[in-house]
Design a protein around this ligand. Structure first.
Ligand code: TSB
Ligand code: ZN
Length: 586
């Protein structure tokens, strides 16, 4: 899909189309007031206050029809530059525009409006010349959106749309959206019973169903084994801490808006933990350390809680209760490069094992101006950012830089991926921290017998199991590799009357080998049962008829393939066991 925001022509066209939408809405709902209507990567949206009216499914075609009418009018789109005073007068009955205009500095920006027929909007532009240029557009969806993104404000109605110059481009865009919808982990999650949510548990708090839990367990085992081999030591620690713990770490000052509020128990004040670093710092501090002990790598599959805006939570991808594949590496300054490199290698190896190819490394730096979000110590930051750049250049991976994306305690290397729907997300992360070890007064004894402060590398390979599972479900479109699939094999007798005993024998043997098999000997037509195993995207379906029974053979069909292969039973068992052991991907 083209990035509409970055394409000059499409940007202009979509921006104009947002005005066309506003014009049509104003015709249909004269009481409508308008906030902002920006161009986004895949089109545009407009946030509108419709009073008590809530947009429904029927409204979009109606609005679209009115847009078509306005476009056909072929009105010139005319730019007009006005003073702040004039602007305030012109938009006096729309408090949203008044809010925007009041915050404009006339000396810094030119205030302009664009008029098409009976509709004028405040806008910087640029726009296309006439409304007729907007021929191929579509309203895509609607949602609620708080004014200025703040849940304390009024909920506005956000309508999304897209516009192209040709019918083919629009059709291609719509087809891609349709495909993305099919891949959406929330849809597959329901179909394959991976997870569920319930309003009684709360927003952003999914529950993993048996199928999802099986996948997660495999992921946990996979990374646990890798980390053990690499010298990590795994721990368990509570998912609450006292407010003082987070005051010591700095989270209380710099991360409080992302945390659940405090709860008082007897005399203690607790918070649900948003991160595990403070606990791991104390675990490090439990013992004296010599430089010979370092690096010390403390890992945990740790449950964390974060306040994410209710409009931002999304399936398993963005949750309020998550499990990090976390570790904190305590290293000497000389070990930073080597240890960082090992983490990057682990990330690359893991992505290779899972067949993930489409990702980007992002070097996330602080925003120098934002002293609230970032701990205020320029020297420490400059040092950490320079060191990280040096390490990355040494490793030699390609990355792009982003300001204002660092953690409050230090810069990071993030792996960015694109989900089926919505903006890019961070999966893996590897972060360099000179601050928390200082805040917790951590030490080790160096080779001269002197006390030194270690450096900490925070890292999460899968990020969280939640987010990784969401992403990988979309990456595989729900057709998981055999080693991960909740059900690996379905065994079917062609006719339940005649081959059931053999099917049962094969099923038992697979179970004896710890293969996740199901027996489908229901008295249903073979075609029906086959379709069902295809819908569930089970990697192997075994079809056992008289010949197979007589010759102790197996006819199997892989997911997505039409042809059936017949082999000796033992051969099949070896084939599937090898595939699972080697974690083969297609
Ligand atoms: C790596 N202290 C570090 C840790 O040691 C830390 O918490 N880093 S983090 O804030 O970047 O979070 C780690 C990973 O959690 C992110 O890279 C991302 O993949 C995942 N994550 C963050 N927020 C959410 C969320 N709301 N839902 C699901 N996963 C999330
Ligand atoms: Zn951490």
């Amino acid at each position: 899909m083209k990035n509409i925001k970055e394409d000059e022509r499409l940007n202009k066209l979509n921006h104009s189309c947002a005005h066309l939408l506003a014009q049509a809405v104003k015709h249909l709902y004269p009481e409508a007031k308008f906030w902002v209507g920006p161009v986004i990567e895949d089109g545009f949206y407009y946030d509108i206050d419709l009073g008590d009216k809530v947009i429904t499914e029927e409204d979009l075609p109606k609005i679209e029809k009115e847009m078509k009418k306005c476009a056909k009018d072929n009105k010139k789109i005319v730019r007009n530059e006005i003073s702040k005073e004039e602007a305030l007068k012109e938009f006096a009955d729309d408090e949203y525009k008044v809010d925007l205009i009041s915050r404009m500095d006339e000396n810094e920006v030119t205030i302009s409006t664009y008029t098409q027929g009976d509709f004028t909007d405040l806008c910087r532009g640029p726009h296309v010349d006439t409304t007729k240029e907007m021929k191929y557009f579509k309203l895509i969806k609607f949602s609620g959106a708080y004014w200025k993104g703040d849940a304390k404000n009024k909920m506005l109605q956000r309508i999304y749309g897209v516009c192209y110059d040709t019918e083919e481009d629009l059709e291609a865009h719509l087809k891609e959206l349709e495909e993305a919808k099919e891949r959406d982990h929330r849809k597959i999650g329901k179909e394959q019973e991976l997870f569920m949510t319930h309003e009684l548990v709360g927003a952003g708090m999914p529950m993993w169903l048996p199928n999802g839990a099986l996948i997660r367990k495999q992921l946990e085992n996979y990374i646990y084994e890798k980390e053990q081999k690499l010298g990590y030591q795994h721990v368990y620690s509570p998912c609450v801490g006292t407010v003082d713990l987070y005051k010591t770490s700095g989270h209380w000052d710099h991360y409080k808006e992302n945390m659940f509020p405090m709860m008082k128990v007897d005399e203690e004040e607790f918070v649900l933990r948003p991160m595990n670093c403070p606990h791991h710092m104390l675990i490090y501090k439990n013992k004296m350390h010599s430089y010979r002990d370092l690096p010390i790598r403390i890992g945990e599959f740790a449950q964390d809680f974060r306040y994410e805006a209710s409009g931002a939570v999304k399936g398993l991808e963005r949750v309020r209760c998550m499990c990090q594949n976390d570790a904190h590496l305590f290293v000497t300054p000389e070990q930073i490069g080597d240890e960082f490199k090992k983490v990057v290698t682990l990330i690359l190896d893991t992505y290779k094992d899972f067949g993930i190819k489409d990702y980007k490394f992002r070097l996330s730096l602080r925003d120098k101006e934002d002293k609230e979000k970032y701990f205020d110590d320029d020297e420490m930051w400059d040092n950490a950012e320079a060191k990280l750049r040096e390490v990355l250049d040494e490793i030699g991976i390609d990355y792009f830089e982003a300001e204002g994306e660092a953690a409050f305690y230090g810069p990071k290397l993030d792996v960015e991926v694109k989900p089926a729907v919505g903006p890019e997300i961070t999966l893996s992360t590897c972060q360099l921290d000179f601050l928390l070890p200082r805040n917790f007064e951590l030490t080790y004894i160096d080779s001269n017998g002197e006390k030194q402060t270690p450096v900490v590398i925070h890292r999460a390979i899968f990020g969280t199991f939640d987010r990784f599972t969401a992403f990988y479900t979309e990456e595989t479109k729900g057709a998981f590799p055999t080693w991960l699939a909740p059900t690996q094999v379905v065994v079917m007798p062609v006719n339940s009357e005649f081959q059931s005993d053999y099917a049962k024998e094969v099923y038992d043997e697979l179970k004896d080998h710890d293969i996740r098999a199901e027996l489908d000997d229901r008295n249903e037509k073979l075609g029906y049962r086959l379709r069902e195993s295809q819908t569930k995207k089970v990697p192997f379906t075994l079809i056992l008829g008289d010949n197979e029974k007589e010759n102790k053979e197996i006819s199997y069909r892989r997911f997505g393939e039409k042809e059936t292969t017949t082999v000796k039973k033992d051969e099949f068992i070896k084939l599937i066991l090898d595939e699972i052991k080697d974690k083969k991907i297609k």
